[in-house]
Structure formats: C-alpha cells, structure tokens
Design a protein around this ligand. Structure first.
Ligand SMILES: N[C@@H](CCC(=O)N[C@@H](CS)C(=O)NCC(=O)O)C(=O)O
Length: 225
C-alpha cells in the first residue's frame, strides 16, 4: 500500500499543489486521484475519498486520512523524519513551522485578489493597499530566510515551507507583482523545479479553463523560466 491523494485542477487548485509537492519533491510514492472543483460531483468525490469538503485529501498506507494541507504536512513529517521536510536545526524548524502556519491562515488579501492560475499571466494588475501589505510581508519573511540560508530555498534545500509558498511564487509571476530581487530569485527557483514544470504541463494537458478565474485584465503568456 502507498499513499493516495485527491486533488483538484492543477492549473487552479493552490492547496492541491501544496499537498502534492512534498510527495513529488521528496520521492514519496503516491497515487493521484483527480476531482474537479466547482463540479457537481466534487462534494461526493471528496466525501467518498474520506475528506471533509475540500482538497487536497491524503489516504495513508495505514488507512488514515489527512484532510487538510497542514495535516498532510505534519503527517508526512512524522512518517519521513529523515527526508528533510522540515529543517533539522531546532531554531530553523520552529521558524519554518511558523511560516507554514502563517501561510495557511494568512495572506487572504493576496489570495482573494490574485487566484492562482497557471494557464495565463495577466497584464496591468494593480494591487490595493491590503494586497501590497501582504506582498511586503511575504518579501520580508522570504528575504530574511534567504539571507540567513543563502538559498536557493528558504532554509537551503526544498522543504514543506517552500511547498506552502509555491502558489505565492506562481501568483507573483503570473500577476507581475512587485518584489525585491531576492524574492524574485526565489520565485524563479520555485518555478524552475521539475515538479512544478510537471504539474503545470499536466494541468495544461487536462484542465478546462474555469470562468471563475477570469480577470478583467489583458492576458500574457505565463512567465515560466
Ligand atoms: N484548509 C484547507 C483549504 C483547502 C481548500 O480551500 N481547497 C480548495 C481548492 S484549492 C477547495 O477544496 N475548494 C472547494 C470548496 O471549498 O468547496 C487546506 O489547507 O487543505
């Protein structure tokens, strides 16, 4: 028995991406099951899988269910303590855990104004004050971690904290949000990992466009490195 994960559309479901990335980057075998957010069958698909109304949902090899991205994060960290999913250094580990939970519960202005969309980039997005404040905070925490670790990821090597910020990197690229050079280098590092390239290619191959993600803006190609 291996892990199974239920995900939504790859181009749009940011939480699905957060749940899937640790498996992909850390070579943890997982069987992927697909459902469609905004479809008539979504709720039934999620509850049949054992979830609690949202994706991602993970079923563990022992029959457990992890029904939230944070639960997946802690469940995998417990199951694979040697894989570097969190930093080993206790100070870094506490910082990474705090950043993961800050991402999980915060940045609502940015998340609301700039839905993740790997299908297209947008021209001329003007962030309001609340979105600017979220971007400033993200830049601050990324820059502090990257300065301390020397990058390319927040604590050096790719961990769950980076998986949690991957959809933010995608938003910064897709909406051309203004960030420092340090933060932009991190965005490029995020978008360059093979797992992101694979996720996007699969999404482009299988996902229909969702009208809910339309913006009153001109489109441009999504700026993959
Ligand atoms: N707190 C949840 C949030 C997950 C979430 O909101 N997922 C979205 C897809 S990206 C979803 O399932 N939306 C469908 C719905 O809320 O009905 C987690 O971290 O896993």
């Amino acid at each position: 028995m291996t892990y199974s994960i239920l995900i939504g559309q790859r181009l749009y479901s940011s939480w699905s991406l957060r749940g899937w990335l640790p498996f992909a980057v850390h070579d943890i075998p997982v069987t992927v099951h697909d459902t469609l957010i905004y479809s008539d069958t979504f709720s039934t698909d999620v509850s049949n899988f054992g979830g609690s109304g949202t994706v991602p949902v993970v079923r563990t090899p022992h029959g457990g269910v992890l029904s939230d991205s944070l639960a997946i994060c802690w469940g995998l960290t417990d199951a694979f303590p040697e894989r570097g999913l969190l930093p080993n250094d206790p100070v870094d580990r506490a910082k990474a855990q705090s950043l993961i939970t800050e991402m999980h519960s915060g940045f609502t202005a940015l998340r609301g104004a700039c839905p993740m969309n790997l299908a297209t980039g947008w021209v001329g997005f003007k962030p309001n004050a609340a979105v600017q404040a979220d971007i400033a905070r993200i830049d601050e925490i990324w820059s502090a971690a990257l300065d301390a670790s020397d990058g390319p990821f927040l604590f050096g090597t790719y961990g769950i904290v980076d998986a949690f910020f991957a959809p933010v990197a995608i938003r910064i690229a897709g909406y051309a949000l203004p960030v420092s050079d340090t933060a932009m280098a991190y965005v490029h590092a995020q978008l360059s990992i093979p797992a992101i390239q694979e996720w996007r290619a699969e999404g482009l191959a299988r996902d229909a466009e969702l009208s809910q993600y339309e913006m009153p803006l001109e489109r441009c190609p999504f700026p993959m490195p």
